[in-house]
Write a protein that binds this ligand. Structure first.
Ligand SMILES: Nc1ncnc2c1ncn2[C@@H]1O[C@H](COP(=O)(O)OP(=O)(O)OP(=O)(O)O)[C@@H](O)[C@H]1O
Ligand SMILES: [Mg+2]
Length: 140
């Protein structure tokens, strides 16, 4: 909620309407806050940089099967890679990203490493024009 609040003005400025659904339930996960903030920062910055605009940005946090599941989705013309898993490779940047925005192509690779060091999982899927990232943590 706190990070979403910090990003809210930037989403508004970029004409992305935030649609969030965050569970009211207690979410008992053991995480390194500073490291996980890097993961959320990159996901939110990526949506700001690469989403189709104006459009909507969905944030969803729920508890399911003993897992805390965070999903973020934004509109994208296509998957900017032949294989969606390439997005998590070091230095990978899509065509649009290379022409329009600064970045190193490290954000998702670092995020994957951080999430996996938490014994969690991060992955992406694309369906009907929406690119969605899922971050899963086992709850304690
Ligand atoms: N939310 C998104 N919507 C559309 N494309 C995305 C999104 N997130 C990532 N991508 C694509 O995946 C590439 C890799 O993302 P990643 O965060 O790893 O690197 P970056 O944003 O280019 O650079 P950095 O995060 O290091 O500043 C991006 O360059 C972009 O092409
Ligand atoms: Mg990035």
């Amino acid at each position: 909620e706190q990070i979403v609040g910090e990003y809210f003005p930037m989403f508004e400025k970029e004409q992305l309407t935030v649609r969030k659904s965050i569970t009211e339930e207690h979410v008992p996960v053991c995480i390194d806050i500073e490291k996980m903030v890097r993961v959320y920062d990159n996901l939110f910055m990526n949506a700001l940089k690469y989403s189709i605009k104006p459009s909507e940005f969905f944030i969803n946090l729920e508890l399911k099967d003993e897992k805390a599941i965070l999903q973020v989705s934004n509109k994208a013309e296509n998957v900017p890679a032949d294989d969606i898993n390439q997005l998590f490779e070091r230095f990978f940047r899509g065509d649009k990203a290379r022409t329009g925005h600064h970045g190193t192509g490290l954000g998702l690779a670092i995020s994957k490493r951080i999430v996996e060091l938490h014994s969690g999982r991060i992955h992406a899927d694309y369906s009907g024009g929406w690119l969605r990232f899922t971050v899963e943590h086992q709850i304690d």
